[in-house]
Design a binder for this molecule. Structure first.
Ligand code: UD1
Ligand code: CA
Length: 464
């Protein structure tokens, strides 16, 4: 179904009390507006037009990462009807239904968007609006039905009589589908003769009706899906709803969570069966986790690919690939471009950046490995460091297979250590080491018999 989506995101969101536009406040790991563009995209929208206004540059800058999104600026905020009109005039409309979504409804699902778009796409109605019956309807536009079950009109809370406010409990969720040609044809007829002197998009319903075109309602059974964010308190409430929804779906698919209330998973993350997520674990971005893994407590991964049977305890990973059977932590930090191959071990207080850790290799304690290509079966002694930065350039360290690096080794890059080589503890490696060689850099050792005892005697007698 070809479909155009218009997302209204020009408002300031005064009640957020923020320097930043409301739609850029984050729910889980992403701004509100990106939840809505995501729902539109997954519902099958071919074009996504976002109306920006308050903080336009900031919203545009954020959305520039979403290549399928076009931004249109509404320079004066004259109401939702005006915002929709600005979008249509600037971008035009294509064939198929035009879906219009408020930018502050992050929990709207792609299935729901599709359901009310279909009510227009099948030609049975000129428009469809998503409705709900929240426990407290105050503040929402109220839907008045005609005798034939189609919508007569929508009355904003501020324009309702007390009687209408008490009787009309079906609320407008702020999500609409319109026949594109009819919308473009009649949107200019929306006026602003109302309590707020704004151009109300919901007035389209009555205008279409006057021209002989019917609007239907699509009722949203779970009203929480259509809750809006107007304050930070509501943002926290919706954040908890999103967390529970994602966690419940994962548990239903076979993921164990010891404490779902402190387990945070973004909407685009996948987790395999029989994986256990410990408390205070956060999985963000496009992270994918395999089966039979144990993550956490206290593990945070962003855009990571994790294979099966991996254990990550108190580990932070950003943009890394972790292969099967790897163990990390407690307290490992894996940064951009780290690739940990099958069966490797990254231990405690270890940082890995832009490096390959070979199959079965071990970096167990207190090390920094940056810009390094490491072979299989390597052991890196505690406290060893790749000195990859000379103040200007980042230089590479190459370590072959089955190399043994003694503790407290400094590898001054660029440098390479051949297969099977042995580096003595406390060495500073500044030259390439051939395969199977010993490299030792250590001052000659001295033993002075009895010196310590004689010194102690002298000190006790007060001698120098
Ligand atoms: C709107 C609906 C109301 C519905 C409610 C659901 C109207 C007139 N009323 O009310 O029937 O029950 O949503 O949450 O539409 N915006 C612009 N430009 C503007 C004005 C608003 O882009 O000039 C954007 C806002 O950024 C926001 C969205 O439109 O994302 C909705 O605006 P808002 O002022 O929050 O409308 P409500 O009063 O909540
Ligand atoms: Ca609102």
């Amino acid at each position: 179904m070809p479909m155009t989506a218009i997302i209204l995101a020009a408002g300031e969101g005064t009640r957020m009390r923020s320097r930043h536009p409301k739609v850029l406040h984050k729910l889980l790991d992403r701004p509100l507006v990106s939840w809505v563009t995501r729902a539109a995209r997954m519902a099958g929208a071919e074009r996504i037009i976002v109306v920006v206004g308050y903080g336009a540059d900031e919203v545009r800058a954020h959305l520039s990462a979403e290549k399928d999104v076009e931004c249109v600026e509404q320079t004066e905020r004259l109401g939702t009807g005006h915002a929709a009109r600005v979008a249509i005039e600037a971008a035009g409309v294509n064939a198929g239904p035009v879906v219009i979504l408020n930018g502050d409804l992050p929990l709207i699902s792609p299935e729901t968007v599709r359901s009310f778009a279909e009510a227009v796409a099948d030609g049975s109605h000129a428009a469809a609006i998503l409705t709900m019956t929240p426990p407290d309807p105050f503040g929402y536009g109220r839907v008045e039905l005609a005798g034939d079950g189609t919508v007569a009109r929508i009355i904003e809370q501020k324009d309702c009589t007390d009687e209408q406010s008490a009787e009309l409990l079906e609320c407008n969720a702020g999500c609409y589908a319109f026949d594109g040609a009819l919308l473009a044809g009649y949107i200019g007829e929306i006026g602003n003769d109302n309590a707020q002197h704004e151009y109300y998009l919901p007035d389209m319903v009555e205008i279409l009706r006057d021209h002989g075109h019917a609007t239907t309602i699509v009722h949203c059974e779970d009203h929480r899906e259509a809750l809006g964010v107007n304050s930070r308190i509501q943002l926290a409430e919706l954040t908890a709803i999103a967390r529970d929804r994602i966690n419940e779906a994962l548990m239903a698919e076979g993921v164990t969570m010891m404490d779902p209330a402190t387990t945070w998973v973004g909407p685009d993350v996948t987790v395999g069966r029989d994986t256990v997520l410990g408390p205070m674990t956060m999985l963000w971005g496009k992270t994918s986790v395999g089966e039979e893994c144990v993550l956490g407590p206290n593990t945070r991964l962003t855009n990571c690919t994790v294979a099966d049977n991996v254990t990550l305890e108190e580990t932070v990973g950003v943009d890394v690939t972790i292969e099967a059977g790897v163990t990390c932590g407690p307290r490992a930090y894996l940064r951009g471009g780290a690739h940990v191959l099958e069966g490797a071990h990254v231990g405690t207080h270890v940082e890995i950046k832009n490096s390959t850790i070979g199959r079965g290799s071990k970096v167990p304690h207190l090390s920094y490995i940056g810009d390094c290509t490491m072979g299989a079966g390597v052991n890196i002694g505690g406290g060893s460091i790749t000195c990859n930065y000379d103040g200007v350039h980042k230089n590479r360290t190459t370590i072959g297979d089955n190399v043994f690096i003694g503790s407290d080794t400094m590898m001054v890059a660029p440098v390479s250590i051949g297969d099977g080589a042995l580096v003595g503890a406390s060495s500073c490696v500044t030259r390439d080491v051939p395969a199977d060689a010993l490299y030792l850099e250590r001052a000659e050792q001295r033993i002075v018999e009895g010196y310590a005892a004689r010194r102690l005697e002298r000190l006790k007698k007060g001698e120098a």
